[in-house]
Write a protein that binds this ligand. Structure first.
Ligand code: G4P
Length: 193
């Protein structure tokens, strides 16, 4: 997605050989116009997949997921990282290990929001090692629902998330694919949309 790649070059900052800061339009402050365009591109890519729900994980996945859901006219569900006191009914959970933080956290979705009739598109902001997507896939499968694919705004292609997901037979659609961040230079590979 050219618009996104241009924005990454303009406003992204390379913090290290493996970390890109995109807090001015994606992970902290959110550019709603850009999110709207991202929502359109994911919708187009999955228009024939029979999607009934968009699933993401809080916090930074919510913005692109919401605009995708709005365009596709389906509900958006975000997995919660902490259970709150209102989550009293059936809960589906999975452990997510973060290589970045070196911690494991449990993520949850109330079982009433997913059923075996659902066909789900997972949307997330950044794909690194694929652990967040793996946890969401586990939850969706516990519900008996089907995963149609994973839509990613920025894929760090030098990490193994995509490889892991494709090995599991999951379709991955990344709008920007970072080949390298070495020496402060951002280089892209050809994106999926
Ligand atoms: P994984 O899910 O693909 O395995 O990712 P990993 O554990 O490595 O990443 C943990 C968190 O760090 C995720 O957000 C992920 O989006 C974020 N992250 C990983 N690499 C980068 C990067 O290069 N730049 C930025 N900006 N973020 C990165 P999270 O902890 O779930 O946080 P949030 O969604 O609440 O912000």
């Amino acid at each position: 997605m050219k618009l996104l790649e241009d924005r990454i070059v303009k406003d992204g900052s390379v913090l290290s050989d493996t970390v890109l800061k995109v807090d001015s339009f994606l992970t902290h402050q959110v550019d709603t116009g850009l999110m709207k365009e991202i929502g359109k591109v994911f919708s187009e890519a999955y228009k024939d997949a029979g999607i009934t729900k968009i699933v993401t994980i809080e916090a930074s996945g919510i913005a692109p997921a919401l605009y995708t859901a709005e365009t596709m006219q389906v509900p958006m569900i975000f997995a919660k990282k902490a259970k709150n006191i209102t989550m009293t009914e059936g809960i589906l959970s999975a452990d997510v290990y973060s290589f970045t933080k070196q911690t494991t956290s449990q993520v949850s979705i109330a079982s009433k929001f997913l059923s075996e009739d659902d066909v789900v598109l997972i949307v997330d902001d950044i794909l690194a090692n694929g652990q967040a997507a793996k946890g969401l896939i586990s939850i969706i499968e516990q519900a008996g629902a089907k995963v149609a694919g994973v839509g990613i705004v920025i894929e760090k292609s030098f990490q193994d998330g995509r490889q892991f997901l494709e090995k599991e037979g999951v379709r991955v659609t990344s709008l920007a694919r970072l080949q390298s961040l070495e020496n402060g230079q951002i280089t892209f590979m050809e994106a999926d949309a």
